[in-house]
Write a protein that binds this ligand. Structure first.
Ligand SMILES: [Zn+2]
Length: 450
């Protein structure tokens, strides 16, 4: 997407670029097997019909290359350099992360694997300047107070000043920031031009979609950090302008336990980044650079931290919650709860419980036994670790969950988790239990334990 690269004019504007000296590392080195092959026959030579079939795999830059090419102007870069050189990450080519056996780390299906998507970000080609103008129009029409709600809390009192700075940063990609960033700005003018990645279409067919959230954007000046966090749905992050370096980790139990701890011990200081405390413990991390004009497919419950190498506008397509994610949302609910608490998101508990009840029901009524087995197994973890905590301050009770199980499993004749069938269970005497189906009784005996 050349039309989205920062125009030379902007890069060489009269604003002094005292600092941010990020150089894009020579990203693509053809593998040696290919290097020696003439790709085009010399003029006059006969075209050879038979040629070895070549797969053009582009090598990612080494961790050392990435580290050496970081800017040097802000303390954040030397901290990031240390992470890159720690030997705890693998540099990957985000177009093609097959070399790291992503199925083992991220999941079997294509949609489980984070990577660059091939789609153009907008239906029509827009220059960086046009994008910035559209963003500015949207922000101005909302007013600075509205922008203020999307700022990191430390900056909210200075909303108009910070908002104007941030938008001017966006037009001057190499000016470093002092930590101020805007989150989830609604940009309807850009959203209307957004080209929804084709992946969403295939998702519609691959899985039952449970929820969909709307587009928004984060505007980060150079040096801005989205600290270690996770998302709970599938989504695409489109870098309409700028450059980002991603650290991403697979959604393993071990990684999510570390993430939860990080949420629970998070301080409010904005430069107290959790990634720098956790990178030694997190496992199987990958690192890659996202160029302007490209979308990253982000998968649920993958801890990630994103560093802004060049001031950026990042748009988020709709978040998707799928039936197949329900086991994860149960298993890792304590991580969601820890995140909510760490950002002081008060209220909304009832909506969250309602949503989970709705999603649970949607899965129970399907014929998908494998999904139901995973859901029941994750339910045990949820029941032990998170149910009580989730219901604190909510009008809902644990029995509401039991109710959902009871109402939607009357037809179950086998337990998908224990592989137990009706015949193997001793019949009970009491009238209360007689009124219940076999599975309801089994569920109460084996899987409830409230
Ligand atoms: Zn069972």
């Amino acid at each position: 997407m050349d039309n989205l690269n920062i125009p030379k004019k902007v890069l060489t504007s009269s604003r002094s670029k005292k600092t941010c000296s990020y150089k894009q590392p020579n990203p693509t080195r053809l593998k040696s097997s290919i290097q020696n092959q003439p790709l085009k026959p010399q003029s006059g030579t006969k075209i050879q019909r038979k040629r070895p079939r070549l797969r053009l795999t582009l090598s990612p830059p080494s961790l050392r290359q990435l580290a050496v090419n970081l800017p040097t102007d802000l303390p954040i870069w030397s901290r990031l350099r240390k992470v890159l050189l720690s030997g705890k990450l693998r540099s990957v080519n985000p177009h093609d992360i097959e070399s790291i056996d992503p199925q083992r780390l991220f999941g079997q299906r294509t949609l489980d694997i984070p990577r660059l998507l091939p789609d153009k970000p907008f239906k029509e080609a827009l220059s960086a300047q046009e994008i910035t103008h559209l963003a500015l129009e949207d922000m101005l029409s909302k007013g600075s107070q509205k922008v203020g709600t999307s700022l990191t809390s430390d900056y909210r009192p200075r909303a108009p000043e910070v908002a104007s700075k941030i938008v001017s940063f966006a037009a001057s990609p190499l000016d470093p920031c002092d930590g101020n960033t805007t989150w989830h700005v609604e940009l309807p003018r850009l959203a209307a031009r957004y080209n929804t990645p084709a992946m969403y279409e295939s998702l519609r067919q691959a899985d039952e979609i449970l929820e969909e959230q709307s587009c928004a954007a984060n505007i980060f000046p150079c040096g801005g950090v989205a600290d270690l966090h996770h998302d709970d749905g599938f989504g695409s992050s489109t870098l309409v302008q700028g450059e980002k370096l991603w650290l991403m980790y697979p959604p393993s139990d071990a990684n999510l336990a570390i993430l939860r701890k990080a949420y629970e011990t998070r301080k409010s200081r904005i430069d107290d980044y959790a990634i720098f405390k956790c990178y030694q413990k997190l496992q199987d991390g990958i690192v890659f650079v996202q160029p302007a004009g490209r979308s990253i497919w982000v998968t649920p419950y993958c801890p990630h931290a994103v560093f802004t190498l060049k001031s950026s506008i990042m748009m988020f397509g709709p978040d998707w919650f799928l039936q197949s994610t329900v086991p994860q949302t149960l298993r890792f609910r304590n991580v969601d709860l820890a995140l909510r608490k760490s950002v002081n998101r008060l209220g909304g508990q009832d909506e969250e419980v309602e949503e989970l009840l709705r999603h649970l029901e949607a899965v129970l009524v399907t014929d998908n036994v494998d999904l139901q087995r995973k859901t029941l197994e994750a339910w045990e973890v949820f029941n032990r670790d998170a149910l009580k905590k989730m219901l604190e301050g909510s009008v809902y009770k644990a029995d509401d969950f039991k109710e959902i199980w009871n109402a939607n499993t009357t037809h179950w004749e086998i337990c998908p988790s224990c592989d137990m069938t009706q015949g193997e269970v001793r019949e009970e005497e009491s009238k209360y239990r007689r009124r219940k189906s076999w599975f309801q009784r089994h569920f109460e005996d084996v899987h409830w334990r409230s």
